[in-house]
Design a protein around this ligand. Structure first.
Ligand SMILES: [Fe+2]
Length: 221
């Protein structure tokens, strides 16, 4: 178990909301969207696809805020440098919800990842909700994500704040997307920043996923 895992294991929270722990694809996934499982390249090497349902996004955010006020708070990760810190709610604390989101990723995003990058298997994921607001942290500076191979960002409350969006260095801006639409890109080649939220609170589901497409058998004869 790495340092981060053992830190969150001590803070384990049980989620009693069955909608968020027992997988029901018709509730979790945006299945009514005719473009489900298709993707768009909105900026070279930066993609979007319909993913989670608007109802699931709403329920997930409300439950996270509820759990957060009851048991814990959104907190910054002390291991990150200040310019990229943002208050976050890490789902390693909530295994039931973590496992449900992983299942949705495996069934709906991994086939796309495999098509784009030839990676069919993913073995480690960080899943959290990031909170940007003018009162606390409204923006983060340019960086490469370093916690995984693929970065996925899913808006949870578009329309309830002003500003925001993601800028890719010298390549363009992705304005806030509809709730549930995944923005994703390979973590190593896409330098980006979160643009300032000027009013209200912006909540994003953020995932960093490590993938592979080879055998882990490293034994030698
Ligand atoms: Fe990032």
């Amino acid at each position: 178990m790495n340092i981060e895992d053992s830190y969150y294991a001590q803070k384990k929270i049980i989620c009693e909301n069955e909608k968020l722990t027992s997988y029901d694809a018709s509730f979790v996934i945006d299945n009514d969207n005719p473009n489900i499982k298709k993707y768009n390249e909105v900026i070279p090497r930066v993609y979007t696809t319909p993913f989670l349902s608007a109802e699931f996004c709403k329920e997930l955010l409300e439950e996270s805020i509820r759990l957060s006020t009851k048991e814990d708070t959104f907190e910054v990760n002390p291991t990150e440098v200040g310019s990229v810190q943002v208050p976050e709610f890490n789902f390693k604390k909530v295994p039931g919800v973590y496992n449900l989101i992983i299942r949705a990723v495996k069934e709906n995003l991994v086939p796309i990842f495999n098509h784009l990058w030839g990676r069919a298997k993913y073995y480690e994921a960080t899943i959290q909700i990031a909170n940007y607001s003018p009162k606390e942290i409204s923006e983060i500076s340019y960086h490469f994500d370093s916690a995984g191979d693929v970065s996925v960002v899913v808006p949870l409350n578009t329309g309830e704040y002003e500003g925001g969006g993601t800028e890719f260095l010298n390549r363009g801006i992705v304005e806030p997307l509809p709730n549930g639409t995944a923005l994703f890109f390979d973590s190593f080649t896409n330098k980006h920043r979160g643009l300032a939220v000027t009013k209200g609170q912006r909540y994003l589901l953020v995932m960093w996923i490590k993938g592979y497409n080879y055998s882990f058998d490293l034994t030698r004869e």
